[in-house]
Design a protein around this ligand. Structure first.
Ligand code: NIG
Ligand code: FE
Length: 420
């Protein structure tokens, strides 16, 4: 099926020449076509322009063409959510209530809650049930406009259960209409059995988990939670070195709970991204300026835990390519709604809608090495777009928080419909 979308009020996030990412001031530049058309052929963007320039000869293919009238509507590329943990056994609303009553996230974690709580629950859940729960969430976010996604392990924390999580991600890849990148996060927390033997757990990651994951090609990336109470920069460095030898690209959870050296160890290892950054000062910014590592912020986590928002305004003003993602997980951000990420970015981090949209599309794609196919409207890219309801302009998307203003999500040139 080919799709022709006509009379689009604003077609946004257009790249007239290929860009891998948008940094600094480029993030505020938005290419917009008013009263436009977009033609998707065999799943790829084949043509776009203004209605005035539209000619029926542009449609070379004479097979079935679905025409959509987008009068009053905005069309934009689907979101690229470059940081999620959507494979988990159950939600953790009881910890949410504990926090409302005054307990901190770290305190709950130290008492065996948090990641270890999710890990206990995942241990007793079979692979099929885990897969179906994650598939539900995958479809939930596709309907909310996500067109490419990264998914982490990290609630297994044993060889058996980390592999189980990664196999679930592999199965999701097989049935998903959107591309998925798998991220191995065995170093998410020290499991209870290794509380007095941190080195033993790190050895387990390096000697048993990584070789098996590499052998079965179960992950694209390797992540470490380098933070207060979790893994030190030295431990992170050791794990990432081993991961790189197995062909996995590094990513980092860092500086969520303090100035913990996560940025420095990420840059040292040429990590694709360093994620969280709630604690990110002049030193960290300078370090990022001399690297290709993408700074990624997770405003849903700051909102939900009541911790500081990452200083992304400063990061962009320093010329950096900021990415924003949902961090969808049961503990610190139980939402994968990228529309809400946009609203938080604008209302709480002082990004303009233009910057926030680039941070959740092309810069998300860069953080997943997908810029050639995703993240913007460009000829040859995957035909995955969001068609909004009738709205005044694209600025209304983050303004109208709580609603995604989405009428239709198109994935690979077809209206997103769940088949399994
Ligand atoms: O990105 N910070 C570390 N990991 C997750 C939270 C995991 C959890 O609480 O379950 C995060 O926020
Ligand atoms: Fe996370």
């Amino acid at each position: 099926m080919n799709i022709l979308i006509k009379h689009i009020k604003q077609l946004i996030a257009i790249d007239n020449y290929p860009v891998d990412r948008r940094a600094g001031r480029q993030m505020s530049e938005m290419n917009v076509l008013v009263d436009a058309f977009l033609y998707i052929e065999h799943g790829k963007i084949a043509a776009f322009g203004t209605m005035r320039d539209f000619k029926s000869e542009m449609i070379k293919e004479h097979g079935a063409i679905k025409e959509i009238d987008a009068t009053g509507r905005v069309v934009m590329p689907t979101f690229v959510d470059a940081h999620t943990h959507i494979v988990f056994a159950s939600t953790r609303e009881e910890e949410f209530v504990m926090r409302i009553k005054g307990m901190g996230y770290e305190e709950i974690a130290q008492k065996g809650g948090g990641i270890l709580n999710s890990s206990r629950r995942l241990e007793s859940m079979g692979e099929d049930e885990l897969f179906h729960g994650a598939l539900e969430r995958l479809w939930e976010v596709i309907k909310q406009g996500t067109g490419a996604i990264e998914i982490k392990s990290g609630y297994g924390l044993t060889v058996k259960d980390e592999l189980k999580m990664l196999r679930v991600i592999q199965r999701l890849k097989e049935v998903s209409p959107i591309p998925i990148r798998a991220n191995f996060l065995g170093a998410h927390a020290i499991p209870l059995a290794y509380k007095e033997n941190r080195k033993g757990y790190i050895d387990l990651i390096i000697e048993e988990m990584l070789p098996r994951i590499a052998e079965h090609q179960l992950a694209d990336y390797c992540d470490v939670f380098c933070d207060k109470g979790f893994f030190t920069p030295e431990e992170t460095d050791t794990i990432l070195n081993a991961a790189i030898k197995h062909g996995l690209k590094p990513k980092i959870h860092g500086n969520e709970l303090g100035y913990t050296g996560g940025v420095q160890v990420a840059v040292k290892n040429h990590a694709l991204s360093v994620d969280h950054l709630e604690y990110c000062g002049a030193e960290e910014i300078e370090c990022l300026r001399n690297s290709t590592t993408i700074p990624m912020a997770l405003p849903g986590c700051s909102f939900f835990l009541g911790i500081p928002f990452a200083p992304v305004r400063k990061l962009i003003d320093a010329g950096l390519p900021v990415c924003l993602a949902s961090d969808y997980n049961p503990g610190s951000s139980p939402s994968g709604r990228m529309g809400f990420v946009l609203s938080l970015a604008c209302a709480r981090m002082k990004l303009t809608p233009e910057e926030a949209i680039h941070a959740t599309t092309i810069n998300g794609a860069a953080a997943l090495q997908m810029s050639a196919t995703h993240g913007s409207i460009a000829i040859g890219k995957t035909g995955s777009v969001i068609i909004t309801k009738p709205i005044p302009s694209f600025h209304f998307i983050p303004y109208n928080f709580g609603s995604d203003c989405i009428e239709e999500v198109i994935i690979n040139g077809a209206i997103a419909k769940r088949r399994i």
